[in-house]
Design a protein around this ligand. Structure first.
Ligand code: IPE
Ligand code: IPE
Ligand code: MG
Length: 231
């Protein structure tokens, strides 16, 4: 596909793990295991086709409402992926994490920081941003708190200043949001950054999501006529 038709920044809401497992009479955690595999495949595909940035929604600020056992299983899978990423030497991926880390374990936080440092030099690579304990509203509140702490005058609080204080600072606004699983909502994902995003909702459950599904969403995106309020 022509480069100019590709989104610079893709956001993916990895949804449907629980339903995938339920359909197979398996525990919800089995769906998360399979979902983690789909994530690896999808990230590799994004890097192979040269996507500039992709953000994966892994755990929301609301997902703590789930049973402890499920939350624990998701955090364990995340930790396992971090171990794997620490050993990886993919020169075409920069890893970054967004979301409030303060509620994550010290161990997870250390690993996240190390991966960010280890991959920061891969400047021509795809930026893989993983959203963990992320909420769009929490992100905006955090940005406003920082502005106040930095002593911003009210008249300096601009859209640009807020953007520069969000977790996604330095990244382009999200162009395309893909949500599998059949749900058609944003669920507190990049709400500020998605002001002019295109949406592709798909019926496939996340654990079944393949490279072909991503290509389908990209083709769909390429057909959209983005106007940004103009004509
Ligand atoms: C997405 O799958 C994973 C997380 C939210 C962590 P779900 O667990 O929400 O799966 P469904 O929506 O119940 O099928
Ligand atoms: C959104 O999925 C969060 C992630 C995929 C991490 P949810 O399953 O939590 O969203 P709702 O509850 O269906 O809106
Ligand atoms: Mg869900």
């Amino acid at each position: 596909m022509e480069r100019s038709l590709l989104p610079r920044h893709i956001g993916i809401i990895m949804d449907g793990n629980g339903r995938w497992a339920k359909k197979r009479l398996m525990p919800r955690t089995a769906g998360h295991v399979q979902g983690a595999k789909a994530f690896r495949k999808c990230l590799r595909h994004c890097a192979d086709i040269g996507i500039e940035c992709v953000t994966f929604y892994a755990f929301s600020t609301e997902n703590w409402k789930r049973p402890d056992e499920e939350v624990g299983a998701i955090m364990k899978l995340f930790s396992e992926y971090l171990d794997e990423a620490l050993g990886m030497d993919d020169k075409d991926i920069i890893m970054r994490f967004i979301g409030d880390r303060s509620r994550l374990s010290e161990k997870l936080r250390e690993k996240m920081l190390r991966i960010e440092e280890d991959t920061a030099a891969n400047i021509n690579g795809t930026i893989c941003c993983i959203a963990v304990n992320y909420g769009g509203r929490d992100d905006i509140v955090g940005a406003v708190q920082e502005l106040i702490a930095e002593g911003y005058d009210w008249s300096d609080v601009t859209e640009d200043a807020i953007s520069r204080h969000l977790d996604t600072r330095g990244l382009p606004d999200v162009d395309l949001i893909i949500r599998p699983s059949g749900e058609q909502r944003i669920s507190n994902f990049l709400i500020w950054q998605a002001a002019y995003a295109e949406y592709v909702f798909m019926d496939v459950l996340w654990p079944d999501f393949t490279e072909k599904d991503l290509d389908f969403a990209l083709e769909e995106y390429a057909k959209r006529n983005r106007r940004f309020g103009g004509v």
